[in-house]
Design a protein around this ligand. Structure first.
Ligand code: CTP
Length: 419
């Protein structure tokens, strides 16, 4: 990355022992061709000096909002205006609290709040385990995720205080990888590919005014459609009833019932490279929906339900099936049940999450399960989770890991579809 495409990152350092790792992080960022503007809090200067950071970044380091090296004392505007991203690493519990509540009482917090809406803000929390697990910190992190801040980590492991547990800052090379994906998304990795996504709940009529449905909001499916579009794919979204605005740049098909969803999937399957079954499809539907409203009586009532078609299994079983990604929303034994579902449906990849945590929420904690094993992602906004899921699926698809009997390893694969 050179010349006009060089990216500029504001690296915010707050006062935690992990601040020493930002020396290495700065070196890696520079090596990747990224221009680094360091801004430190007062407390951070107790852990690593501005002189060190200046020498490594090659740029003056700012700490004080009243620094007269910045024109008109407008540091918060000047420094954030030209940034392609702001990364705060380490982000202390105190700094997360400030950000979550919109405080702006030093240069770094002020420039975070003054950033352009298009400038991503990433934070890499680092703190002692108890501080991380404290309900106030967890509340603040949840708020930041809802606000669209990308929370990277923390990791589990040995801590400076002697404890072991969640709270370690992610390693500099991991942070660099995350930052690169945001600055230079594996952009248009799916250009020229076609993707079909199902999303939302289905509605199975009992009579003209009543029906069986579920609490799926459609947010994850819409986020997947958006992420696929951003990766360059031509996307068709078949969605059950939701209250979400349809994503732009995607062909939207609205359906109500599982049978309509199945019909639209069949009608749009030709030439599809990737199929994402994100919908919460009803497993049963009334055998004979009534044409008129059912009248109340004092008798018990039984509704005869018949199974619906498993759309994902059907797609995966087709000759020349697309690369299929399933979603398993479970209320218990989440990863174990999802692994079994992947095997049963004979699909290369499934995304497991807790139905109770995920439904309706803006954030999600998922585990991707594929032939290589389990990959737990950190909790993040659904848009960010979707980006990571699509990136994972795209890499598997492009490397030729097509639908295959689960357990058969990749050497058995003969061709790489359209790659
Ligand atoms: N799925 C589908 N068609 C169905 C049911 C499910 O395409 N009729 C897809 C979902 O979109 C999801 C995956 O199958 O990608 C798993 O759905 P889930 O409801 O978690 O599992 P089920 O197979 O329905 O099993 P169960 O409800 O018993 O957990």
């Amino acid at each position: 990355m050179t010349g006009k495409t060089a990216k500029r990152v504001v690296l915010g350092i707050t006062g935690g022992i992990a601040a020493y790792k930002t020396a290495e992080l700065t070196r890696l960022l520079k090596k990747a061709g990224i221009d680094v503007q360091v801004v430190m809090t007062d407390a951070a200067t107790q852990f690593i000096t501005p002189v060190t950071m200046q020498a490594l970044s090659g740029n003056p380091v700012f700490v004080n909002a009243w620094d007269d090296r910045i024109a008109n004392n407008m540091g918060h505007i000047e420094l954030s205006r030209n940034a392609d991203a702001i990364l705060v690493a380490p982000a202390t519990a105190d700094f997360l609290a400030k950000l979550a509540n919109g405080f702006a009482n030093d240069l770094l917090s002020t420039l975070c709040i003054a950033r352009q809406p298009t400038c991503p803000l990433l934070v890499a929390p680092a703190m002692n385990r108890e501080m991380w697990e404290n309900p106030a910190t967890q509340r603040n992190v949840a708020q930041l995720i809802t606000d669209g801040v990308v929370v990277l980590g923390p990791d589990a492991g040995d801590q400076a205080c002697g404890d072991t547990g969640m709270g370690r800052m992610l390693e500099p090379d991991v942070l660099l990888g995350c930052l690169k994906e945001i600055l230079m998304p594996a952009s248009r990795i799916l250009a020229g590919k076609r993707a079909l996504v199902t999303a939302g709940p289905t509605f199975e009529p009992i009579d003209p005014v009543r029906g069986i449905t579920n609490r799926s909001s459609g947010k994850m499916g819409y986020a997947i459609a958006e992420a696929l579009k951003n990766a360059g794919a031509d996307v068709v979204l078949v969605s059950g009833p939701t209250s979400l605005p349809p994503p732009s740049g995607v062909k939207n098909i609205s359906i109500k019932t599982s049978s309509q969803m199945f019909d639209e999937v069949k009608a749009n399957l030709k030439g599809v490279d990737l199929f994402f079954a994100v919908a919460a499809v009803a497993d049963y539907t009334p055998a004979t929906p009534k044409t008129q409203k059912i009248k109340k009586s004092t008798e018990n009532m039984t509704i005869d339900l018949i199974p619906t078609v498993d759309i994902l299994s059907w797609v995966a079983s087709q000759n020349d099936a697309p690369f299929c990604v399933g979603f398993a929303a479970e209320s218990e034994n989440v990863v174990e049940y999802a692994r079994k579902k992947r095997e049963k449906k004979q699909i290369p990849m499934i995304v497991a999450n807790s139905a109770l945590e995920a439904i309706g929420s803006d954030s999600n904690r998922v585990t991707i399960i594929d032939e290589a094993g389990d990959h737990a992602l950190t909790v993040a906004h659904k848009a960010e989770v979707a980006r990571q899921i699509v990136s994972h699926a795209a890499n598997l698809f492009l490397s030729g890991k097509r639908n295959q009997p689960v357990g058969v390893t990749s050497p058995a694969l003969k061709s790489v579809k359209n790659a």
